[in-house]
Design a protein around this ligand. Structure first.
Ligand code: G3P
Length: 225
């Protein structure tokens, strides 16, 4: 398995207008600069159409936002794990709340990533679904209550128990799987709370992509690592 060092902050750029075209590399470079300056683990998930460009421009880990359980070939518009690897990404999100997949496809995508040496980060919505996904032994499980995504209240404040229960239930299935949490994470206090609840880091988006001062937001977030 390719390693993603923890504790880590994974910034999902989603497909916000701020990261269209050159905006993706610009934001990735801001993440890289803070990661290097503070010796912090930050990974980025650029929009799919910018994956290769971002991966070639920064030295921090780059992850795909999605991958399909499809082999290379006549699969118009799909994303094969092989193409993610060839683009220079270190791994991929799987089953994000905004891009859900059927369980059998999640399992197959995790296995394909394992074979290719790609890091798999499976997104889930509850401690129970997290435990169910842990059976497939992805590298990471990121639990995110969908109703808190994009909001101003961090999962660590609104529902800290979902984080600690997910850690407990996932580790009971496979102690090697690392747990992240996300939804509404905005600052260093939220990151600290996530780590105190047993998570190995956070997955966040709007707190960085939509920040008025991106560098200040990143510095605050990494101050808790
Ligand atoms: O992938 C991270 C995401 O779903 C959480 O989004 O904006 O609440 O940090 P946000």
């Amino acid at each position: 398995m390719t390693e993603l060092t923890t504790p880590i902050i994974i910034v999902n750029f989603k497909v916000y207008s701020e990261v269209e075209g050159p905006g993706a590399v610009r934001l990735a470079k801001e993440c890289e600069s803070v990661a290097l300056e503070k010796k912090a683990n930050i990974a980025v998930c650029p929009p799919m159409v910018e994956l290769s460009r971002v991966a070639s421009e920064v030295t921090i880990p780059v992850l795909s936002q999605h991958v399909d359980d499809r082999s290379p070939g006549s699969i118009t518009g799909y994303v094969s794990p092989q193409s993610v690897k060839a683009a220079g990404a270190m791994g991929t999100l799987i089953n994000h709340a905004e891009h859900r997949m059927p369980p059998q496809e999640i399992a197959a995508a995790i296995e394909a990533c394992r074979k290719l040496g790609l890091v798999s980060v499976v997104c889930t919505d509850t401690a129970e679904t997290s435990a169910a996904m842990a059976v497939f032994s992805p590298d990471f499980i990121a639990v995110e209550p969908p109703e808190l995504i994009g909001g101003d209240i961090s999962v660590t404040t609104a529902d800290p128990a979902i984080v600690s229960r997910t850690v407990e239930m996932v580790k009971a299935v496979d102690a090697q799987v690392k747990v992240l949490c996300g939804a509404g994470v905005k600052n260093g206090r939220d990151v600290r709370a996530a780590l105190d609840l047993g998570a190995s880091g956070v997955l966040l988006a709007s707190g960085v992509v939509k920040a008025k001062d991106v560098k200040a937001a990143l510095l605050d977030l990494v101050s808790a690592l």
